[in-house]
Design a protein around this ligand. Structure first.
Ligand code: FE2
Length: 389
């Protein structure tokens, strides 16, 4: 048996070595950056077929990648390297505010039916690569751009985000309803990451779920496309002087609504989120930040015609956000631009809703928040300054 195993290993090596090539044709989506903190980041991508796929990282020191000090990083599950089509490699132990280059390597899995020897096909270094800069809580400012309610309009989404390649923000915030339905997860991937594929390799993509991402047969798979500190669609993160609490209002109608076919369980979900929120705002990451921003696709306001979940989150999220000293909420959902001033409906902080056709650019140095809103032609349409003194 030992002899046969040795022959198999040598055959596998020959098969692998004979297929080396240098293009990324098997990577069908990504890479996109997730869960970037001061000390870690995750890179995600999809391959067409089952692969062992990993990344090399290297300092962003201007040297040629091949000549730099590189490190292989794999995704392992309970001690075993992951093979599949959906790849997510987490890199830890990094330094704040440092830039790292990465590139993706792929080894095709041809046959893994034998538990004592997988047959590999081509192996190559992909052309897909990027540079990521870790967050830095001591940085002087935080800058990001936000879009929401794209509802499958890829061309609009691409046009709105295109100027970001010049502005080099800390991250892109997708504030919900990027797709109308998750009937197919491939469509969700295509509409969420393909329009920003150049950006997403280098700029973290922060996701706040909209009510529409919860609709459709593949809605259960949407969470697999993202990585958050909690593993949920609600979580904290921070960059520079600004801490963020990202919230999820769930579906907008009562769970018993006929449209949900008996599948909606959002009251229990929001109750669990509420319990998490009450503790999360005490986290030093959030409580100790000079600026506190809440992100929620459905704004926690109350209009005369507000639907069920908006009233729910207005009544239950706002008291916690108020006592936590939130400075601003950023939302979408209504497909129009408006500002609700602090104090209008149980909110001690202003709520700014972005339209479904514009990009919101945010800058804060810790003493104020400056907002510029741009249309599809990158023309400035609205500006706001919120003083935090
Ligand atoms: Fe919405």
């Amino acid at each position: 048996m030992k002899g046969k195993f040795a022959i198999l290993v040598s055959v596998l090596f020959c098969v692998s070595a004979s297929y080396v090539r240098a293009d990324g044709s098997d990577i069908v989506a990504g890479p996109w950056l997730q869960n970037v903190t001061e000390t870690e980041f995750t890179v995600m991508w999809m391959t067409e077929g089952k692969c062992l796929s990993w990344i090399e990282i290297a300092p962003d020191d201007g040297t040629p990648f091949e000549a730099s000090e590189r490190q292989d990083v794999y995704r392992s599950v309970a001690g075993k390297r992951w093979t599949g089509t959906s790849h997510a490699v987490r890199v830890t132990g990094l330094e704040p505010g440092e830039s790292y280059r990465y590139r993706i390597l792929v080894r095709e899995v041809v046959d893994d039916s034998n538990p004592y020897g997988s047959l590999y096909g081509k192996e190559y270094t992909s052309s897909k690569r990027g540079t990521v800069t870790t967050m830095d809580y001591s940085a002087g400012e935080c800058r990001f751009s936000m879009v929401n309610d794209m509802h499958d309009r890829k061309d609009l989404y691409r046009d709105l985000t295109a100027p970001m390649s010049d502005s080099d923000p800390d991250f892109l915030l997708l504030n919900g309803d990027i797709v109308s339905y998750a009937t197919s997860i491939d469509t969700v991937i295509n509409h969420t990451f393909d329009p920003i594929r150049e950006l997403a390799a280098d700029i973290p993509v922060v996701f706040a779920r909209g009510n529409h991402e919860g609709r459709g047969a593949d809605s259960y798979k949407v969470a697999d496309l993202f990585r958050t500190p909690t593993g949920e669609f609600y979580y904290l993160f921070r960059q520079g002087p600004v801490a963020f609490v990202v919230l999820d209002g769930g579906e907008d109608k009562p769970d018993s609504s006929v449209e949900y076919s008996g599948l909606a369980d959002y009251d229990a979900y929001r109750e669990a989120e509420l319990a998490w929120l009450a503790e999360a705002v005490k986290d030093p990451l959030f409580a100790g930040a000079p600026v506190k921003v809440a992100v929620c696709h459905i704004p926690t306001l109350r209009f005369p015609d507000s639907w069920y979940s908006q009233i729910w989150i207005n009544e239950k999220f706002n008291p916690i956000l108020n006592s936590a000293g939130v400075d601003l909420m950023l939302s979408g959902h209504h497909h129009r631009h408006f500002l609700v001033e602090a104090g209008e409906c149980g909110n001690d902080f202003p709520i700014l809703a972005n339209s479904n056709t514009e990009r919101l650019d945010f800058v804060s140095d810790g003493s104020q928040i400056s907002i510029g809103i741009h249309d599809r032609d990158n023309e400035l349409t609205h500006t706001y300054t919120f003083s935090l003194q």
